[in-house]
Design a protein around this ligand. Structure first.
Ligand SMILES: *Cc1c(COP(=O)(O)O)cnc(C)c1O
Length: 379
């Protein structure tokens, strides 16, 4: 089936009791059993919930995987990966991953005697060189937040397979519509569904997807034993949103492309980071592994003063963390999403004070361009 057909139908059947075409919100903590050991496959809602199950099957299908697990947030999904790690293990991580991922690995998991190699994964050879006998996992984010660097999923998955190491890809910035890491050889895909999967800035949820039965067994065990599950209401919201994912992503991509081209020509913008522009260092790789170039654009305004003037003078773009909603957002990574990353660390990968990130929404393009144009006149 095509992507949109799957998005609308996968994991969902009319409700058996009423025929309701939409999966109900099963807001229950437990299920009545007929007699000892006789039930309908549902015993307790941390372990089984039909609304959550529908979402898990739906997004697993969209990622061309077999198994899905929904968690209370993207970070709860990341935390569940700890099931695969023990003291003495090494993990190789992209050096400019989401700030919360850095914080969790560096401030929590590191204390358990697990060490992290923070490297530039845009060069696959760096991954190969960083492999140690104790490496258990490679964790990459592509494109990265906020500089939109791209790592070659296929090349890194080959290296991971040869070394017998698990590859996890944070696919949040692309959504399953634009990139399918499992098809390119990844073992696990991670999503903050808070972003494009949810798409309306009204829910926090995280997901892990895989095609491996052994990995799925471990993840299910972790989801149930740590208990960081997604609730039924939030699952339902995301399930409703995936139905329009393709429509939204096409609009995000088209708007972002036009704004990126506009900004690249603008004399007050020093640099535009957007994978769809030929000036992007990995434009060719982007064309190969992504269906289109996404809705995120990052720009260098030259200084924190310029960044501040731009942020203060936009009207349609709202100053806020997060991304992937239908409305356009603007943010200052250094003081917002990446505030927990030390200055010397962020400067190493080029995250300067003048960097501004745009999450381009699906409003009318003329209005978005006019808003930026007006704000830039004040810079
Ligand atoms: C937001 C985000 C996360 C964390 O997800 P939450 O839902 O906020 O916990 C992880 N990775 C990326 C790339 C993100 O943008």
């Amino acid at each position: 089936m095509g992507f949109s057909t799957d998005a609308i139908h996968a994991g969902q059947v009319p409700d058996p009791t009423t025929g309701a075409i939409m999966t109900p919100v099963y807001q229950t903590s437990t299920y009545v059993q007929e007699e000892i050991g006789k039930h309908k496959g549902f015993e307790y809602a941390r372990t089984q919930n039909p609304t959550r199950f529908a979402l898990e099957k739906n997004v697993a299908t969209l990622e061309k995987g077999k198994f899905g697990f929904a968690f209370g947030s993207g970070m709860a999904a990341t935390s569940a990966l700890a099931i695969f790690l023990k003291t003495g293990d090494n993990v190789i991580v992209s050096n400019n991953v989401y700030g919360g991922t850095f914080r969790y690995f560096d401030k929590v998991v590191k204390n358990w005697g697990i060490n992290f190699s923070w490297i530039d994964t845009t060069n696959a050879q760096n991954v190969k060189d960083a492999l140690k006998p104790e490496t258990k996992m490679i964790f990459i984010e592509t494109p990265t937040n906020p500089l939109l660097n791209i790592s070659d999923i296929q090349a890194i998955s080959k290296i991971a397979k040869e070394a017998g190491v698990m590859l996890v890809v944070d696919n949040t910035f692309m959504s399953p519509y634009l990139q399918n890491p499992l098809v390119l050889g990844a073992d696990i895909v991670l999503h903050s569904a808070t972003k494009y999967l949810g798409g309306h800035s009204d829910v926090v949820l995280g997901m892990l997807l895989t095609s491996s039965e052994t990995i799925a067994e471990r993840l299910q065990f972790m989801q149930n034993s740590s208990g960081a599950i997604a609730g039924p209401w939030d699952s339902w919201l995301v399930l409703r949103s995936t139905k329009t994912l393709a429509l939204r992503m096409k609009a995000h991509c088209q708007n972002a492309f036009e704004i990126a081209e506009y900004l690249e020509k603008h004399p007050k913008i020093e640099k535009v980071f957007y994978p769809g522009l030929p000036s992007h260092p990995q434009h060719e790789l982007a064309k190969k592994q992504m269906k289109a170039f996404g809705g995120m654009i990052t720009i260098e305004t030259g200084s924190i003063e310029n960044a501040n003037k731009l942020l203060k003078n936009v009207r349609l773009f709202s100053l806020a963390e997060s991304l992937g909603g239908v409305e356009s957002l603007i943010s200052h990574p250094v003081t917002m999403t990446h505030a927990s990353v030390p200055k010397e660390e962020r400067l190493k990968f080029g995250l300067t004070d003048g960097i501004v990130r745009l999450s381009v929404g699906v409003e009318d393009i003329e209005d978005l361009v006019a808003d930026i144009e007006n704000a830039l006149e004040k810079v």
